[in-house]
Write a protein that binds this ligand. Structure first.
Ligand SMILES: C[S@@+](CC[C@H](N)C(=O)[O-])C[C@H]1O[C@@H](n2cnc3c(N)ncnc32)[C@H](O)[C@@H]1O
Length: 253
């Protein structure tokens, strides 16, 4: 299994590699604005499951905060925010992101599998697109639960290997981002359900059905945008309901 320093090194190089903002200087206001626009256009479902404005005055921890895009939404809603990431570059970018927005937040380079916080410290923990990239996801889950206050809750997310995107990847060679990462676990619904087993209450959600791509071009992208996206989404939910690319869990300690 690759070490945490291999994971750190990879994300130091890749955390700001957003194709959509490739012609903008990383770390500038236009860059952060474009990343946020694109992210929430593609992940339009996220605000249905997380009310970013509902944590005013409460402590929110983002494990693997990356550029701090999502954490800044909690901060804009008045939460007391902390972001940690294994990547030093990610922490630098997240701090810059908060600075230009005039937001307050604590940031630290830290391994989410060994959080340097006391037990029962946070009201809410957010962990999006991280569990499959860490060496030992079960350790991260244990740590997230440990630092949550009793009754506190978390939003966890990973990717679904039994999804339409994996199928297209296998059949048509559709690209999956970060497949070259030193760690890339591939969970299915049952495995993710078992991973989050330590939490007292769990709600599993499958999301991220096909949306049009802005970053890919060429014939494959044309076919994908013009045919596949609408056809797939028109299929009955009872058939495709568990094939979304994202597995989310709302959990409570
Ligand atoms: C794809 S990025 C996601 C960033 C952000 N959460 C988002 O959704 O935009 C994955 C992030 O997880 C971080 N990461 C991976 N393993 C980690 C660990 N053990 N502890 C903390 N961060 C970790 C990486 O450094 C990287 O910034």
């Amino acid at each position: 299994m690759p070490t945490s320093s291999a994971v750190e090194h990879y994300w130091d190089k890749n955390v700001a590699n957003w194709k959509i903002a490739a012609d903008l200087e990383a770390g500038t206001q236009p860059f952060f604005e474009e990343v946020e626009r694109y992210r929430f256009d593609k992940l339009h479902y996220l605000p249905n499951y997380v009310d970013y404005k509902a944590y005013a005055g409460q402590s929110v921890l983002d494990v693997g905060c990356g550029l701090g895009t999502d954490l800044s939404l909690f901060a804009r809603g008045g939460a007391v925010t902390t972001g940690v990431d294994l990547s030093k570059k990610a922490i630098e970018f997240a701090s810059k992101n908060f600075a230009w927005r005039g937001l307050q937040g604590e940031f630290a380079q830290m391994d989410g599998e060994a959080l340097a916080f006391d037990d029962n410290s946070f009201d809410f923990v957010y962990c999006h697109t991280v569990l499959h990239f860490t060496a030992n996801p079960a350790e991260m889950i244990k740590e997230i639960r440990r630092v949550l206050k009793p009754g506190g809750s978390a939003l966890l997310m990973t990717i679904n290997r039994s999804s339409w995107l994996y199928a297209l990847h296998k059949i048509a060679g559709l690209k999956i981002d970060y497949l070259d990462a030193p760690v890339f676990h591939r969970f299915n619904y049952a495995e993710f359900d078992s991973l989050i087993g330590p939490f007292e209450q769990r709600e599993l959600i499958v999301e991220r059905f096909p949306v049009r791509t802005e970053v890919h071009t060429g014939f494959k992208a044309f076919l994908y945008n013009r045919c596949f996206v609408d056809l797939y989404n028109a299929l009955p939910k009872r058939l495709i309901g568990k094939t979304g690319y994202h597995l989310l869990a709302r959990v409570t300690k």
